[in-house]
Design a protein around this ligand. Structure first.
Ligand SMILES: C[S@@+](CC[C@H](N)C(=O)[O-])C[C@H]1O[C@@H](n2cnc3c(N)ncnc32)[C@H](O)[C@@H]1O
Length: 373
C-alpha cells in the first residue's frame, strides 16, 4: 500500500475503491471529502477529479463526448481551463489538435451561458486559473479537473525560497517514515529554506499540510464553502489547542548560509506553529546535539549534491564526513539523509536502510533508520 493510500485511510473519511496506479492512487468519494483530502494529504502533488471516461477514435466522437459534459456544473462561468493533453497508443495523438477541439466547446458553454460575462473574456482578471487534464490511452480518454491548483507541495508559508529547496511532499514523506511525534526533538542542520523544520513543526502540532493555503476547487459551483470552512476551522482549532496545552520541544534549524537563515526567521513569524523553530547560522560539523532519551531525537539532512556542488567537489567525500559526524555525535538518533545515489548512501556507512524517492528529475535514495554505529 502506498504512503498516499495509508494517509487516506488514516484520515478516517469514507473513501472507497482505493487503487494504486502508476504515479498515484485512485479512489471514490464525495466532493467534500476530496476537498478535505487536499487540505490533509502531505505527500501528494495534486488531486484530480475525474469528469468523464470514454472511447474516442476520431474527432467527431471526441467532440460529442465533450459536448455531453455539463461543464457549468463543475466550473465557474468565468473559468477558461488550461487544457493539458497526453496520449499513448491512440488514433488521436496530436495533443494540440485535441486541445483545440475541446477548448471552444468548453468556452462556449461557460461563457455563452452567462451573457453578462461575454465582454469580460479578454480581461485576464476575470479568468479563474484551472487546469483540465486529458489523458488518452488505447483510444480511451479520461478527463479530469485539477482540484488543487498550485501544486500541493506549495504550502503557502515560505517567505522566500533559497537555492535547491527540497519539496515539502518529500520532507513530509521522510518525516512520516521516521515516525516524527510531538515528543521528538528535531534537528535540521543544513536547513536551507527550512522545509524539514516547517513540515516537522506542522506535523508535531497536527496542523494539516494544506491548512494555510487556497485551492482551485474553492471557485467551483459545487464547493460547499461553509462545510469546508467548518472542517478547516476545527482542524486549526485542534492544532491551536495542541500548541497551547503541550510543551513541544524546540526545532533546531542550522545553515552556513546567513541569507537562508534570515529568510527562515521571517517565515517563522508567519504562523504560531513555526515559533518553535530556532534558525541559527552555523556549520553542521561544529554543532553539538541537545541531549535526548529513548531515541527521541530526529536528525534530517538534505546536503548539497550534483549540480548544487562545485564540479571539482567529490560528493562522496562530503557524505563520508557527514557519516563520521553523525556516528560521533548523533548515536541513537533517528536519521533521514537525502542521498543523490547509492555511492553516497554507502559513503555514509551508518548501517541505515534506503527509501527510494523521485525529486526534480533525479532518483534519490534516502538513508533512513536509527544511527547505531
Ligand atoms: C540542498 S540545500 C538544503 C535545502 C533545504 N532542505 C530546503 O528545503 O531548502 C543544502 C544546504 O546545506 C547548506 N550547507 C552546506 N554545507 C553546510 C555545512 N557544513 N553546515 C551547514 N549547512 C551547510 C547549504 O548552505 C544549503 O542551504
Amino acid at each position: 500500500m502506498s504512503q498516499k493510500a495509508e494517509e487516506l485511510f488514516s484520515a478516517h473519511y469514507k473513501i472507497n475503491d482505493i487503487k494504486v496506479r502508476s504515479g498515484g492512487i485512485e479512489f471514490k468519494t464525495r466532493l467534500k471529502t476530496a476537498c478535505l483530502a487536499n487540505i490533509l494529504m502531505g505527500s501528494s502533488t495534486r488531486i484530480l477529479m475525474r469528469l468523464a471516461s470514454f472511447k474516442a477514435d476520431g474527432f467527431r466522437r471526441l467532440e460529442e463526448q465533450i459536448k455531453a459534459i455539463d461543464w457549468e456544473l463543475y466550473l465557474p462561468l468565468q473559468a477558461l481551463p488550461d487544457i493539458r493533453v497526453t496520449t499513448h497508443k491512440s488514433r488521436l495523438y496530436h495533443s494540440t489538435a485535441i486541445a483545440d477541439r475541446i477548448s471552444p466547446i468548453v468556452h462556449d458553454r461557460l461563457f455563452l451561458k452567462d451573457a453578462s460575462r461575454r465582454h469580460d473574456i479578454t480581461d485576464p482578471a476575470a479568468i479563474t486559473p484551472q487546469t483540465l487534464m486529458v489523458r488518452g490511452e488505447n483510444n480511451r480518454f479520461e478527463l479530469s479537473l485539477d482540484m488543487s491548483g498550485t501544486p500541493l507541495y506549495k504550502r503557502g508559508v515560505k517567505e522566500k525560497i533559497v537555492k535547491a529547496p527540497l519539496r515539502e511532499t518529500l520532507a513530509f514523506a521522510i518525516l512520516t517514515r521516521l515516525g516524527l511525534s510531538e515528543k521528538d526533538t528535531l534537528v535540521d542542520p543544513m536547513c536551507g529554506s527550512g522545509t524539514f523544520s516547517l513540515e516537522g513543526a506542522m506535523m508535531q502540532c497536527a496542523l494539516p499540510p494544506g491548512a494555510l493555503r487556497s485551492f482551485a476547487f474553492e471557485t467551483w459551483p459545487g464547493f460547499e464553502e461553509k462545510s469546508i470552512a467548518y472542517a478547516r476551522n476545527k482542524l486549526m482549532a485542534a492544532a491551536g489547542a495542541c500548541m497551547d496545552t503541550r510543551p513541544l520541544p524546540p526545532i533546531s534549524a542550522r545553515d552556513l548560509d546567513r541569507t537562508a537563515i534570515d529568510h527562515l526567521k521571517q517565515t517563522c513569524t508567519r504562523h504560531k506553529a513555526f515559533q518553535r523553530i530556532c534558525p541559527v547560522c552555523d556549520d553542521f560539523f561544529n554543532i553539538k546535539p541537545p541531549p535526548v532519551t529513548n531515541h527521541q531525537g530526529v536528525v534530517v539532512l538534505n546536503p548539497p549534491y550534483g549540480i548544487r556542488l562545485d564540479r571539482n567537489d567529490d560528493v562522496t567525500v562530503l557524505y563520508k564526513e557527514i557519516g563520521h559526524k553523525l556516528a560521533a555525535d548523533f548515536k541513537g538518533w533517528r536519521a533521514g539523509i537525502v542521498c543523490p545515489g547509492r555511492k553516497e548512501f554507502q559513503a555514509l556507512n551508518l548501517g541505515l536502510s534506503t527509501m527510494p524517492l523521485f525529486h526534480g528529475g533525479l532518483d534519490l535514495y534516502t538513508a533512513i533508520g536509527v544511527i547505531s554505529r
